[in-house]
Design a protein around this ligand. Structure first.
Ligand code: ADP
Length: 152
């Protein structure tokens, strides 16, 4: 018996869990896509956040549900409005890497008041390839998994 309390064991366990164990598949749209197509992708792929990439597949932006709603209540033609006009763009994007601690991501989601982070891999050119997605749902899944654990 280690003499450690349940909460000490939980903290130790949490500090070992990395992004790659709880990430989902990212859904990306091209920067020249229309807002109309982005809305279609969001429904078809059943996600709340889309990542925007350029021709080199580098991360250039993020689109949330509200970004798309905001654009939709304007008078603009959604089929001719490129997502690059309305997205949140680099370098103002909060990202994570596969070996980061999942708790660091949870902190970023709360601090920045956002729903998702792209999991990226830095390329030699300095830009980011999008390899995954971590959302509040992934963090909730982690919580459920921990509650099934014998430790607690
Ligand atoms: P919603 O706007 O639908 O509530 P979010 O809370 O995720 O969804 O997004 C809030 C704002 O933050 C949006 O303008 C969105 O573009 C932006 N955003 C979302 N995710 C990120 C991120 N990882 N980095 C920077 N900005 C983001």
């Amino acid at each position: 018996y280690t003499g450690k309390s349940g909460s000490q064991l939980l903290t130790e366990k949490l500090k070992k869990i990395t992004v790659q164990e709880y990430q989902s598949i990212p859904v990306v749209v091209h920067e020249e896509s229309s807002v109309y197509d982005a809305i279609s992708s969001m429904f078809l792929e059943d996600v709340g956040t889309l990542f925007v990439v350029n021709k080199k597949s580098a991360l250039v932006g993020v689109l949330s549900r509200k970004d798309l709603l905001r654009a939709s209540i304007g008078k603009q033609d959604l089929e001719s409005l490129p997502v690059s006009i309305i997205m949140t763009r680099m370098p103002n994007i909060t990202v994570c890497e596969k070996d980061d601690l999942i708790m660091e991501v949870a902190n970023k989601l709360i601090e920045k008041q956002i729903d998702a982070l792209p999991v990226v891999k830095k390329r030699k050119s300095g830009d980011y390839e999008v390899i995954g997605r971590v959302t509040k749902t992934n963090i909730t899944k982690l919580l459920v998994d921990l509650s099934h654990d014998q430790l607690i």
